[in-house]
Ligand binder design. Structure first.
Ligand code: MEZ
Length: 631
C-alpha cells in the first residue's frame, strides 16, 4: 500500500520516465570537473535546467563541467527525463533527500525489490546490515556514485556512473570559525550525531516533552553503533538470571575498572554498571531482545548480551532505533554536519551552525545541545597525532568517525580526557576493514600463530591480546574453530559470505590451506581440548571460558590482525552527562554521550561496554537536556 502511495505521489510530479526495476546500467559517465561552490539547486537554476527535459544543451552543460547538469548514467540517456520528477516543482531538495529517494523507490523499487533484480553473486549491496538506507547514499544524481560498502569492505561491485571512492567525511571545523546565517530555526534540544547515543538521546528528550532535531553529517544514520558486532554488557539482567549467571553490578564495575587499568572515572563506571540492567529493560521496551548471553574479554561472567542466534548487535539495535524514530516522527536530518557551536559571552552553548548538503549553512538555536558525534578511529592523522606507533594501521570504523565533534567542543572550552587511549581490536580480518567479533572467541574459537601454536589467553583484554598478536611472526594470527562453535554464532556464516573464512574437513587439511605446520595445529588443538576437560590452561584462560572443545569438522580458520577500533578519550563529562570545561565546571546547556566523551573506559574498553554506554549515557543526556530545556 505504502508503495502504491509512493508511486502515486511520484506520478503526480511530472516524472522522470520510470523504468521500474530496471537494473542500473554500467554507463561510463564523462569525466567531471570541479564542482561549483554554490548549492545544487542554485546551480541548477542558473543553468536553467530545473524544469527542462534533459536536452542536448543540458548534456552539453554537463560535459562542460556544470555539476547540476550531470546526471547519473541511467538518467542521462533518458531523453524524456524531467528534473521535477526528482526535485519536485520547486527544485529544492531537503538535506536528507527524502523526496528524491521516494522518487528512486517509485521508479526502481525499494531495497528488497532492487536486491532481487541486482543480485550478482553472493554480495548484494541492496541487502546489507545497514538496513533501510537512502538510494542516494550510494547513487549520485549530480555526482558520481560511490559504493558505500567499500568504505569498509572491498567488494567487486559495479555501480552505474562509475565511482568507487571512499567517503571519508572529515569536516574542517577551522574553516567554519566565522560561520553564521540569517536562516534560524529554534528547538528545545539539538542532538549532533545520529549513531546509537544520538538516537537514544533524541528519543529520550522527545519522550520527555522536548522538541528535538537530530543532525547527522553522513548520508546514512547509525554511526559506529551500526557496525557493533558482539554484544552489550549488562549485569543482573533478567536474561542472566534465567541462566543462573551469578553476575552483579559490582562485578561489572570491578571488571570495567580493572580492564581500563584503573584510570577510568569511577563515578562514570558506577553509573554504567548500576544502570546497565535498566538500560537493557529500556531496550526491551522498544522491542529489542538481547537474550543470548555470551562471554566477553575481561569479564568475570557471561554478560555480553546479543540477539538470539548471535546476530550482530549493532545493526539489530540501530534498525530498531530508526524504526522507532520514524514512528515517533523524530526530525532526523542526514547530510547535515554541525560545523560550529554557537556559544554566548557567558560560555553557554546556544545551538549550532549546520551546513546542509543542499540547504547550505543555517543556524539551529537550541536550549540544550547534546554532542553524540562519535570517536576518531577513522581519522588516521588524528590517531597518529596521539599514537605515532599506529601509523598505517587499518580500522574497523565507519568513515564518519573522524572526531570533528571534538573540534566543535573545543570552541565551547570543553576539557578533554585520556586522548592518547586508543583501542586496538585484536581481530580485524586481514585485508579488510571487517571486524571479526570478539564473540567468536567468546563462543570458543582459539587463536594460533603461523607456527600453528597458541600463544595467549584468547579472552584476555583487547590491549593484551592485540599486543600478543603483534609480537608473533608476521603480526597476524588465525582464529581456529570447529563446526559446533561455528553453529553457535550465525555471524560466522557472514564471514564466509564475505570470503574472510576458510574451511576444511580435517585439521590437517585446514593447516595445509592456511600454510601452518599440520602436526603443530593438531597437537595444539589436542592440548587445548585437554585443558577444556581439566579446566586448567597453560595461558591461564579462566575455567568458565574453557567450555567448548575444538573437535568436530569441518574446521574453520580466519586470519586476523589488530586494527584501530575505539577511542577511549574525549570530552570530559560528569554523571549527568554535562560537558565539563577547562575550569572543571559544567558548560551550561551542553551534554555529551558515547564515544565522543571520555572517562568511562580508561585505558582499555571492555568489549560490550560501548553499546551499554550509548544506551545508559544516551538516556541520561537526553533526559537532562530535556529537563534543562524546560527550565
Ligand atoms: O564492544 C565492542 O567493541 C565489541 C563487542 C566488538 C566485538 O568484538 O564484537
Amino acid at each position: 500500500m505504502k508503495k502504491l502511495l509512493l508511486v502515486a505521489l511520484f506520478a503526480s510530479l511530472s516524472l522522470v520516465a520510470c523504468k521500474k526495476n530496471q537494473a542500473p546500467e554500467e554507463t561510463p559517465a564523462p569525466a567531471q570537473t570541479a564542482a561549483p561552490a554554490e548549492n545544487t539547486a542554485q546551480t541548477a537554476e542558473k543553468a536553467g535546467v530545473l524544469k527542462g527535459i534533459i536536452s542536448p544543451e543540458n548534456q552539453k552543460a554537463y560535459s562542460e563541467g556544470q555539476k547540476a547538469a550531470y546526471m547519473a548514467g541511467t538518467h542521462i540517456k533518458d531523453k524524456n527525463a524531467d528534473c521535477a520528477g526528482c526535485h519536485g516543482e520547486t527544485g529544492l531538495l531537503d538535506d536528507s533527500e527524502t523526496q528524491v529517494n521516494e522518487g528512486c523507490v517509485g521508479c526502481h523499487g525499494d531495497l528488497d525489490e532492487m536486491a532481487e533484480v541486482t543480485a550478482k553473486g553472493e554480495i548484494n549491496p541492496h541487502k546489507s546490515h545497514l538496513g533501510k538506507i537512502n538510494c542516494t547514499a550510494c547513487h549520485g544524481g549530480h555526482e558520481p556514485s560511490a559504493i558505500y560498502c567499500n568504505n569498509c569492505h572491498s567488494f567487486d561491485i559495479k555501480i552505474s556512473s562509475e565511482g568507487q571512492k571512499p567517503l571519508l567525511k572529515k569536516i574542517d571545523i577551522e574553516k567554519y570559525k566565522n560561520a553564521s546565517s540569517d536562516v534560524v530555526e529554534n528547538v528545545d534540544v539539538l542532538v549532533i550525531g545520529a549513531g546509537g547515543s544520538g538516537h537514544i538521546a533524541a528519543l529520550t528528550a522527545k519522550n520527555n516533552g522536548a522538541s528535538v532535531i537530530l543532525v547527522e553529517k553522513m548520508p546514512i544514520p547509525g554511526g559506529n553503533s551500526q557496525l557493533a558486532a558482539g554484544g552489550m554488557n549488562a549485569a543482573e539482567t533478567i536474561y542472566q538470571k534465567a541462566l543462573n549467571i551469578p553476575d552483579t553490578k559490582e562485578t561489572m564495575f570491578q571488571d570495567t575498572m580493572k580492564g581500563g587499568k584503573n584510570i577510568s572515572n569511577p563515578d562514570l563506571v558506577k553509573v554504567l554498571a548500576d544502570n546497565s540492567a535498566g538500560s537493557m529493560a529500556w531496550l526491551t521496551s522498544i522491542g529489542a531482545k538481547l537474550s543470548a548471553v555470551n562471554m566477553g574479554g575481561g569479564a568475570t561472567y557471561k554478560r555480553f548480551h546479543a540477539p538470539e542466534g548471535g546476530a550482530a548487535v549493532g545493526s539489530y539495535l540501530v534498525n530498531i532505533y530508526k524504526d522507532v524514530a520514524e514512528k515517533e516522527g523524530l526530525d532526523v536530518r542526514l547530510n547535515s554536519p554541525a560545523v560550529k557551536l554557537i556559544v554566548d559571552e557567558t560560555g553557554a552553548v546556544k545551538g549550532a551552525v549546520i551546513d546542509g548538503k543542499h540547504s547550505g549553512p543555517y543556524e539551529i538555536h537550541a536550549k540544550s545541545v547534546v554532542l553524540t558525534s562519535g570517536g576518531f578511529s577513522a581519522n588516521p592523522d588524528r590517531v597518529v597525532s596521539y599514537r605515532p606507533e599506529y601509523t598505517g594501521m587499518t580500522t574497523s570504523n565507519q568513515p564518519g568517525a573522524t572526531g570533528d565533534g571534538l573540534d566543535l567542543a573545543k570552541e565551547a572550552d570543553a576539557d578533554f580526557i585520556d586522548m592518547k587511549q586508543i583501542q586496538i581490536h585484536p581481530s580485524i580480518a586481514v585485508g579488510s576493514g571487517t571486524l571479526i567479533t570478539e564473540a567468536v572467541r567468546g563462543v570458543g574459537a582459539i587463536m594460533v600463530n603461523h607456527e600453528g601454536n597458541r600463544f595467549y589467553d584468547e579472552l584476555s583484554t583487547r590491549d593484551k591480546v592485540s599486543a600478543a598478536i603483534l609480537a608473533q611472526p608476521g603480526k597476524t594470527a588465525y582464529l581456529i574453530l570447529d563446526d559446533n562453535i561455528r553453529k553457535s554464532l550465525n555471524q560466522i556464516e557472514g564471514y564466509f559470505h564475505l570470503n574472510l573464512a576458510k574451511e576444511a574437513p580435517t585439521l590437517e587439511e585446514l593447516a595445509k590451506l592456511i600454510n601452518v605446520p599440520a602436526e603443530n595445529l593438531v597437537n595444539t588443538v589436542k592440548e587445548y581440548n585437554k585443558a577444556v576437560d581439566t579446566k586448567k590452561d597453560k595461558f591461564d584462560k579462566k575455567p568458565q571460558t574453557l567450555e567448548k572443545k575444538v573437535e568436530k569438522g569441518p574446521f574453520v580458520a580466519i586470519e586476523i590482525a589488530p586494527g584501530v577500533h575505539y577511542t577511549m578519550g574525549g570530552v570530559k563529562i560528569n554523571t549527568d552527562s554535562q560537558v565539563i570545561n577547562s575550569k572543571n565546571e559544567p558548560i551550561p546547556n551542553f551534554y555529551g554521550a558515547g564515544e565522543v566523551t571520555g572517562g568511562v573506559h580508561g585505558a582499555n574498553r571492555l568489549g560490550g561496554n560501548s553499546i551499554s554506554e550509548t544506551v545508559t549515557f544516551g538516556r541520561i543526556a537526553g533526559a537532562k537536556a530535556a529537563e534543562n530545556a524546560a527550565k
